[in-house]
Design a binder for this molecule. Structure first.
Ligand code: PHE
Length: 357
């Protein structure tokens, strides 16, 4: 009998020690399973005399019940512990606010920059770059603007202090120096755009001392002015997201193009709000023309063999038109209220497939 007591103690201890369902099942099989200890003892009953068999049978049945209910109780405990654990770890604080909106916004210039790159990229243009601080040669000389040329004054240039040799670097007044740098770096056919910052000492409703331009340059053996017009029309339709665009090509003059044209676009202004497409006003958005032979030569190419067109467009200006932003100065005030009002949602990159804006 004491042997049965021992068995009971050890079985109940194993049940209590079982840390999970699998361990508990192992204990059950080892005690109550077909080949388990208790089942083994049951089989031995047959060898006993009737009296012994009766008392031993009762004791074994009692033990069997005890162990079975201990297993059940342990199982219940394990379930509850597991639930407790899940409730503690999978806790959801319903009082927390929902995921916040991204706090920043995309500046209209960045947005328009991306849009323009998308459109010209689709037309087969690659993006080129140049430095903000330029030599006099790249900003003026190579672009057929000699020392005494009036364009130098018109550009309201920011000059740096002269270097030891007396030469002065400039903050580039336009993106046109990238024309020269691209001709030096590439073999025709060349098709590039160069968006970037430009600088002129100027400050009013339509001028800021730092502003953005995008240069376009196509150089090969056959490109003519028809290509230029088509290209700009395609651009305007895509950019302003309209079927037709009323553009005005006005004869003009730039030292680096011959012939030269300025391009205006129609707009309407009411209560300080601008609407594109309709209206009685024209806004100049870009300068363009056929690249001057002297410029092609300065870029290291043969003007008798190569020709092409160039254009330069104000990114801030076209952002103004498309998104109805009346005063250019607000662009660079760093006023958060302005950015909230005119900014674009962060992480939403403009694509042609997505309709750009
Ligand atoms: N660089 C000129 C400007 O800043 C624009 C331009 C570029 C004109 C290319 C013609 C060709 O006004």
């Amino acid at each position: 009998m004491s042997d049965l007591n021992e068995l009971e103690t050890s079985l109940l201890a194993s049940v209590q020690d079982a840390a999970d369902d699998a361990a508990l099942e192992a204990v059950r099989v080892s005690a109550l399973g077909k080949k388990g200890t208790i089942s083994g003892r049951m089989k031995d009953l047959g060898k006993m005399g009737p009296e012994d068999r009766k008392s031993a049978g009762q004791a074994l049945n009692a033990l069997k019940d005890k162990v079975a209910s201990a297993i059940q109780a342990r199982q219940q405990d394990l379930r509850e512990a597991e639930l407790e654990n899940r409730l503690a770890t999978e806790f959801v604080d319903v009082t927390l606010p929902a995921a916040p909106e991204a706090a920043g916004s995309v500046h209209p210039v960045s947005q328009v920059w991306e849009e323009v790159v998308q459109i010209f990229g689709d037309l087969g243009f690659a993006v080129a770059e140049g430095p903000h601080i330029e030599t006099d040669w790249y900003n003026f000389g190579a672009l057929n603007i000699p020392d005494e040329h009036p364009a130098r004054q018109e550009h309201d240039t920011f000059y740096l202090n002269p270097g030891e040799d007396g030469s002065r670097m400039v903050l580039r007044t336009h993106t046109s120096p990238v024309q020269i740098r691209s001709m030096e770096a590439m073999e025709p056919p060349i098709r590039i755009i160069a968006p970037g910052r430009t600088f002129r000492s100027d400050w009013d409703k339509t001028h800021t001392p730092m502003f953005h331009q995008i240069e376009g340059l196509v150089i090969d053996e056959h490109t003519h002015m028809g290509h230029l017009k088509w290209c700009l029309e395609e651009f305007c339709k895509a950019f302003f997201e309209v079927e037709t665009v009323e553009m005005r090509f006005r004869a003009s003059h730039f030292p680096f193009t011959e012939p030269s044209m300025e391009v205006d676009i129609r707009y309407h202004e009411e209560d300080g709000k601008l609407t594109f497409g309709i209206g009685e006003n024209w806004m100049e958005i870009l300068g363009s023309g056929m690249v001057h032979p002297n410029v092609i030569r300065a870029g290291g190419l043969d003007p008798d063999k190569y020709q092409g067109f160039a254009f330069g467009m104000g990114l801030d200006r076209i952002a103004t038109l498309k998104y109805g932003i009346p005063d250019l100065r607000g662009y660079f005030d760093g006023d958060l209220r302005w950015l909230k009002h005119y900014g674009f949602r962060a992480l939403q990159v403009p694509t042609l497939a997505g309709g750009l804006s």
